[in-house]
Design a binder for this molecule. Sequence first.
Ligand code: UDP
Ligand code: MN
Length: 244
Amino acid sequence: APPVVYAVTPTYSRAVQKAELTRLANTFRQVPHFHWIVVEDAGGRTELVSRFLARCGLAHTHLHVLTPRRFKRTGMPRATEQRNAALGWIRQHRSPRDRGVVFFADDDNTYSLELFEEMRSTQRVAVWPVGLVGGRRYERPLVEKGKVVGWYTGWRADRPFAIDMAGFAVNLQVILSNPRAVFKRRGAKPGMQESDFLKQITKVEDLEPKAHNCTRVLVWHTRTEKVNLGNEPKRHQDSVHIEV
Ligand code: UDP
Ligand code: MN
């Protein structure tokens, strides 16, 4: 069987959460040999996400870890604890016999199906362009003679790996053989999470460029507009309670 794609999705409760998860599941359901690791930023597994996953038709693992309030300020990296919880689960439940690729799939991005077939052949760490990120139409790894030699980016070009979370995948065995590699809170700046993590497991010259030598955009860092709930009733609630 081909390697399993493990997609790690941190998610938190908000008005658009179920809509985001629905859109994601509709994509992921079309990917063969796929395992969804959903990590709620919550004190427990919520009813909404539990019910959703039970019906989504995907192989999945449902985890939770609450981000401490002190880490929820603007300008702080998001979902560090959730991604680490997923890494912990993988290290406990998968072994050197298992073949797989780990990918960090935020709940609001847009994923082409082709992306999953590109990443599936990742031997160690693979990279590719990400659309609509860093204040540009795209960012991408610069490739010469099949090797990554730098980064096309307009934001913090000093980053050792100038790449978004959606721009790389890691072979399962690399996750298992680097048991201490985690996302860091301590001293972490936004935009540096990816670099801080990747430098624990690889070097720029060892990266595997995907998507036609990093010339095709197969994932977009889309962001969902905040919903207007300004007309929610204060009195005269609806007569039924409806999950949205
Ligand atoms: N997220 C989370 N807790 C939070 C904020 C975000 O678990 O308090 C998740 C979110 O659902 C998403 C990922 O972390 O899967 C990245 O967050 P977001 O998309 O808001 O970040 P950005 O688009 O700004 O990179
Ligand atoms: Mn996002």
